[in-house]
Design a binder for this molecule. Structure first.
Ligand SMILES: C[S@@+](CC[C@H](N)C(=O)[O-])C[C@H]1O[C@@H](n2cnc3c(N)ncnc32)[C@H](O)[C@@H]1O
Length: 261
């Protein structure tokens, strides 16, 4: 009898601890990759048209303006063509766009080429002279830090001199010092592809959650499980997706979040 009561006491204590610290326990054991989803879950622009039993075609509105750059040009830090197509399609239905991380301006250009004539794109980046006072946290991934230095080399971009440049505002500033207060709920699309260290991904994401408007979409680049340079991106997204509905888009390194209206 005594043993029975002891057992009941242990079990009820266990249940109490579990209920009380559910979130913390979940965080400790949360190592699993986040849920993957098909691209058409993001927006109906990605729905396909059935041609016959074996082939589905994109709808006319999912045909975008795009370009490729040969490897000989040695441009660093770019998205794949499939990822660029996804960004281009969402740009078609977005008026106000914000990007963390311009680099060569490939994604900025794709956004500008495909968004409406009255749309506006703000892209935030580090120029060669801005990296001097960049600091690294002890917990930050050193490979990602080195990549920031290697990618912050551009003063002119792929879109420089083009007609689309009129839609684009480039801000040379460390995102850690960027004040998001003037941009609360201002954007339909935010693309997070700046510094890939934990402290920067966290900073950029927390600002993006404030800057996104209802029904707006946040996309993160480089969720690559097992890739050293993506370690901090994966770590942050795994952590934040416990409380936010973030999903990975199949066959890409993109993750997405929709601010439900
Ligand atoms: C991976 S590249 C962006 C690639 C670009 N989105 C594309 O696909 O063409 C990363 C960019 O983030 C910028 N960056 C890194 N850390 C930053 C920070 N703390 N603040 C602002 N920009 C940052 C770098 O200067 C670099 O231009």
């Amino acid at each position: 009898m005594k043993n029975f009561f002891l057992l009941i006491l242990i079990i009820s204590n266990f249940i109490f601890i579990f209920i009380h610290f559910k979130k913390k326990i979940k965080n400790i054991f949360y190592k699993k990759k986040i849920i993957e989803t098909d691209v058409n879950e993001i927006h109906n622009i990605f729905e396909t048209v059935k041609i016959d039993e074996i082939i589905q075609a994109p709808k006319k509105k999912a045909i975008i303006k795009t370009f490729s750059i040969s490897a000989e040009n040695k441009i660093v830090g770019m998205t794949s063509d499939y990822e660029a197509w996804i960004i281009g399609c969402i740009s078609k239905v977005s008026k106000n766009i914000f990007e963390f991380g311009t680099c060569s301006g490939k994604t900025t250009y794709i956004m500008a080429l495909n968004s409406s004539i009255d749309s506006k794109i703000i892209t935030l980046t580090l120029g060669p002279s801005d990296v001097e006072d960049l600091r690294i946290d002890n917990a930050d991934n050193k490979v990602s830090y080195r990549n920031i230095i290697n990618e912050s080399i551009y003063k002119k971009f792929l879109f420089s001199g083009s007609e689309e440049e009129n839609k684009i505002e480039v801000i040379f500033k460390n995102s850690l010092k960027f004040d998001e207060k003037n941009y609360e709920k201002a954007f339909d699309l935010i693309f997070i592809d700046g510094g890939h260290t934990y402290s920067i991904v966290k900073n950029d994401s927390e600002k993006a959650f404030k800057m996104i408007r209802k029904n707006g979409i946040i996309l993160w680049h480089d969720y690559n499980v097992g890739k050293t340079s993506s370690k901090d991106v994966v770590k942050y997204i795994n952590k934040v997706s416990v409380n936010r509905k973030i999903k990975k888009i199949k066959n890409t390194s993109l993750c997405f979040y929709k601010e439900e209206g």
